[in-house]
Design a protein. Structure first.
Length: 232
């Protein structure tokens, strides 16, 4: 998490002069399928967006197969609640068994988009992740898309890799899962929290999550774990 250099519209990592963008969907697929050890090689400055979800990555991981390793997975178990804030966004990790992630979306310009999605992540919970979270596409409001296109941006975007929302109830295509926009916020959280470098035990709850608040929580968890290790 300390290698995060930008969180505008995606999570970008940087180290020793190199940068890579849009890591969250791939990291979500790995985290959601309990893959702790993987070598990722990328040509270019960005992980491919594909269809805007984690599903293609998850399907590729399952098709390739996973191998159990001899060492047990490294898990962070905190003793005290960790909370972070960024503007109107909040995120909290509370102690507990298992790993549960929940998000609530609220939009000032789209009150109908208020929704909550919760999911369990980890071994034994993969079916729920694959059905409810992995297929959720990145989304944007039509007004935002029109502004980006007018500015000559988002040229690689299309209806094939994003869900376009026209309030109050018009979507560019059929929703893949209930409250897909909120499910995608959970998807991003799962990917960004992989930047702790460990599996998590506990419950994460976020209000109006985004990459900034997600990665701040990941950094706070790493810092708390480092302090706990020094104290012990």
């Amino acid at each position: 998490a300390e290698n995060v250099v930008d969180t505008a519209r995606c999570t970008r990592l940087g180290l020793e002069g190199e940068q890579i963008s849009t890591v969250e969907h791939l990291l979500c697929a790995l985290n959601g399928l309990s893959v702790d050890n993987a070598l990722i090689e990328v040509e270019g400055p960005e992980i491919p967006i594909l269809d805007g979800s984690a599903q293609p990555f998850a399907e590729a991981i399952l098709a390739a197969g996973r191998v159990a390793q001899e060492r047990p997975a490294a898990i962070i178990r905190i003793e005290d609640t960790i909370s972070v804030e960024a503007g109107a966004s909040t995120a909290t990790l509370t102690p507990g068994e298992g790993f549960h992630v929940g998000a609530e979306t609220q939009f000032a310009s789209w009150p109908e988009g208020r929704a909550t999605v919760d999911v369990e992540i980890g071994p034994g919970a993969e079916d729920g992740f694959l059905a409810r979270i992995a297929p959720a596409r990145t989304f944007a409001f039509r007004q935002e898309v029109e502004m980006l296109l007018a500015a000559g941006l988002a040229k690689g975007g299309s209806l094939d890799n994003a869900l376009i929302i026209t309030p109050p109830y018009e979507f560019s295509s059929e929703l893949r899962c209930p409250c897909e926009w909120c499910a995608h916020k959970v998807l991003d959280m799962i990917g960004d929290l992989a930047l702790t470098g460990f599996r998590l035990a506990g419950t994460v709850r976020a209000l109006r999550p985004g990459h900034q608040i997600n990665t701040r929580l990941a950094a706070a968890i790493r810092a708390a774990d480092a302090r706990a290790s020094q104290e012990s």
